[in-house]
Design a binder for this molecule. Sequence first.
Ligand code: DNO
Length: 361
Amino acid sequence: MEMTMRWYGSRYDTVTLQQIRQVPGVTGVISTLYDTTPGEVWTREAIHALKEEVEAAGLRLSGIESVNVCDSIKVGDADRDKYIANYIETLANLGKEDIHLVCYNFMPVFDWTRTELARVRADGSTVLAYNQKAIDAIDANDLAASMDKMSNGTVLPGWEPERMAKVQELFEMYKDVDGEKLFQNLVYFLKAIMPVCNEYDIKMAIHPDDPAWSVFGLTRIINSEKNILRLMEAVDDVHNGVTFCSGSYGTNLENDLPHMIRVLKGRIHFAHVRNLHFNDTSRENYDFEEACHISKDGNFDMYEIVKALYETGFDGPIRPDHGRMIWGEKAMPGYGLYDRALGATYIQGLWEAIEKNAQRG
Ligand code: DNO
């Protein structure tokens, strides 16, 4: 595995490449061209400039999170082939720049969803949290506005204001898209891009739905072992792979995370590792908050998760995921430096112990 951190680019991130370079063991960043809109072609020059900037800081551009898939492709409307052609051109340009990992998602309208971006925990740290009652009480239109207000003036990934301005239009686009249709549109997209992925050895890594169930009546399909395996079989090519995000799959307690990692052996190209603390798991009062990475702060056995990755020969980039906001840091919710740095060293500690144990028999 390669330890990485997500970085939003010098124009948007409060964390610098130099700071990331100083986190023990981190050798790469996962980034994106943040000022592009879904559907447009990424030029080779822009990709090259990003890569050069990262390399000048002594790091590697280990992958892209995300090249977003535009809504036309997701709903399968008349324009989709045009946008798929653009996506293919972007992938070719990434391949020419020697980039071989692309994370993306296929969630309708909203990317990840939370109801609080700064819930205060007992130790005074703040975290992202989800409360079902709060979701049930709000109109989807208001959620976009309140996320914007909660974001400390930072641009939240997946909640870009330009997209959220047309949220009603987006809901309209998805009104006839059920789970099966969305799945078929995803398969259509993947089949169309596999040739360019094969040509440049680009591993596509789909990010799961977060949370792992439908919100605001919008269907969600990448949320369980059964569904992700169905996708792997429908396009049975190693370049059709998975971002294993423990915090997203883990929102559904029926998902056995270490087991899922084992059955997805060879198809996990990227791992997001984080922990959740559940306060209530009944359907109506469902409530969780994001914990720090260590096992005892949350509900997941992080040792078993990392062990499953190790034992299945996972060799892609791994990154600590959302961190708590601690030590007075002001940053994009979930993406401060300090707690993610603690997460990165913790995961590496687990990995080293597991690896040495295995090597010494
Ligand atoms: C949130 C992230 C997601 C993820 C996308 C991938 O923090 O995990 O926004 O990057 O879903 O396309």
